[in-house]
Write a protein that binds this ligand. Structure first.
Ligand code: HEM
Length: 494
């Protein structure tokens, strides 16, 4: 009898301990779901897209960041428009050419660029991607575009080749290197030397290197400006980079220096249009260019090595093309005009960007409620457009991510304007896209003609955040190329 009474008491105690918390969790979860549903636009009769808001407050942020296959599974189960809750905001994620077109071509009308607070503060109002007013964004874009015209890129080409050659020479001396960090170092040098025109002593370069990395690493953190916090370190390093830029900008403004870098082209363009020198604005614009072109280009260059290493037949075809155009020997000069005449190389670069898109997507804030696939996309929510999902499920490319540069032979760029979007699309298309592709092409040319390399991990696990990258850094063996080239396809049409 006593034992039975004890059992009943145990069940009651355990019942209270288990049932109450479970009920509480269910209640909080329901409240969270209803709270978010109430953020829909009541004036719009359309339903919200399918999907879930995840856990209270954190939403689905951790799953998106930590689970490699989460985004792909969501796309497969929920389709091309679905709701979720990310980084503290109710969010609609979209992919597919029609949805991409509607979102990206309606910049400043239905949507506007939207970045986390820490990024906004660190880059500042002078950064192009932070400008939300249509007019100031358009005017600033017109100015910065001058630094990436055909003529400007032609001038940068010789210096880009020189930096690439120096870095490849070091890789060959080291014999075994990790492609991912090595490509990032190369990209950093290009940013410092070609974009900003820094060519100072080793100590100053190391100082810029240190502060630039500290700055980049502080971006996706909470904007807490207190000692010890990453954000505070980012602010300190941003100020230091601005200090290093200060004298560079003033000297260049006053001395009419010969223009071989982006900063100089920018200053010249400002002078030509009769603008006053706004030192802070120029510093913010230049730092943004360094930042925007760092991880993305570093990732793209590493993917070039990954794809060429996995597909030696592609590498050989590029060598054929270089041979036919008389630039296979490292002693033969490569010019910007020549690079534009190599169709197989061009298709290889597009295929790398399609199969290994460096950036996964972009963020927008909704300015007024609109419709996508019969669902409402409510005012003030975040929209994320997904580059990778769009590439992965494209009909034109048969939903196929197999690396095959020749598939581009019959595809016109215009016909896939919203299916192939490594650089986004519309008024905010990447301003550095031609520069990035030029650097990719020049790296491929130098790798093909001066080196032989072998991947030590041919099929690495891929991480997609913050950019596409092989886990383990993609180790490779690399040496100077000594083989006498024999082109068996000399008469073949390339
Ligand atoms: C392979 C390399 C690169 C990739 C994949 C890439 C990707 C992108 C994407 C997807 C966007 C659009 C973002 C959006 O719509 O929200 C963008 C914008 C931008 N990119 Fe790039 N980018 C690359 C290289 C560069 C380089 C080298 C620079 C500068 C030197 C640069 C500067 C910018 C800037 C300033 C914007 C903002 C444009 C605006 O808001 O009007 N990017 N990039």
């Amino acid at each position: 009898m006593d034992a039975m009474l004890f059992d009943v008491q145990c069940i009651q105690v355990w019942g209270i301990h288990l049932v109450v918390p479970i009920l509480l969790v269910i209640c909080i979860q329901l409240l969270w779901h209803h709270y978010n549903l109430r953020l829909a636009d009541p004036a719009n009769k359309l339903p919200l897209p399918p999907g879930s808001f995840g856990l209270p407050l954190v939403g689905e942020s951790f799953s998106f960041i930590l689970k490699a296959n989460f985004i792909r599974m969501k796309r497969l189960t929920l389709g091309t428009v679905y709701k979720t809750h990310l980084l503290g905001r109710p969010t609609i994620r979209v992919s597919g050419p029609d949805n991409i077109r509607k979102v990206l071509m309606n910049e400043h009308k239905l949507v506007t660029s939207h970045w986390p607070k820490a990024v906004q503060n660190l880059l500042g109002d002078g950064a192009l991607s932070m400008m939300t007013s249509g007019t100031s964004h358009k005017n600033r874009r017109r100015l910065i575009t001058k630094a990436f015209t055909h003529d400007a890129l032609e001038v940068y080409t010789e210096d880009i080749i020189a930096v690439i050659r120096e870095e490849i020479y070091k890789w060959c001396q080291d014999k075994t290197v990790k492609a991912y960090p090595s490509c990032h170092h190369l990209t950093f040098r290009l940013a410092a030397e070609i974009l900003v025109g820094f060519r100072f002593c080793k100590e100053k370069n190391d100082e810029l290197d240190f502060h630039f990395h500290r700055f980049v690493n502080s971006f996706f953190t909470l904007p807490i400006n207190l000692p010890g916090f990453n954000y505070r370190k980012g602010v300190e390093s941003r100020n230091k980079i601005h200090e290093l830029l200060d004298s560079n900008i003033k000297d260049r403004w006053e001395t009419d220096a010969y223009s071989v870098n982006t900063l100089q082209v920018l200053l010249d363009a400002m002078k030509d249009s009769g603008e006053e020198l706004d030192v802070l604005g120029v510093k913010e614009a230049v730092v943004e260019l360094m930042f925007a072109g760092y991880d993305t280009v570093g990732s793209a260059l590493c993917s070039v090595i990954l794809k060429l290493g996995q597909n030696p037949h592609v590498l050989e075809k590029i060598r054929d093309e270089l041979f036919v155009h008389g630039i296979l020997e490292p002693s033969e000069d490569v010019t910007f005009a020549m690079v534009g005449k190599l169709p197989y190389l061009n298709n290889t670069v597009k295929e790398v960007l399609r199969t290994c898109a460096p950036a996964g997507g972009g963020y927008r804030k909704v300015l007024e409620t609109f419709e996508l696939e019969g669902y409402q996309v409510p005012k003030d929510w975040t929209v994320i457009f997904s580059i990778r999902d769009t590439h992965e499920h494209s009909d034109t490319f048969n939903k196929d991510l197999t690396f095959e540069p020749d598939r581009w032979i019959n595809i016109e760029d215009k016909s896939v304007a919203h299916e192939f979007i490594p650089f986004g699309s519309g008024p905010r298309t990447c301003i550095g896209r031609f520069y990035a592709q030029l650097v990719m092409k020049l790296l491929i040319i130098e790798l093909c003609r001066s080196t032989e390399f072998t991947l030590l991990d041919k099929d690495p696990v891929i991480k997609i955040l913050p950019v596409f990258q092989p886990k383990g850094g993609l180790p490779m063996e690399i040496k100077k190329r000594t083989v006498i080239y024999q082109n068996n396809n000399f008469n073949a049409k390339i």
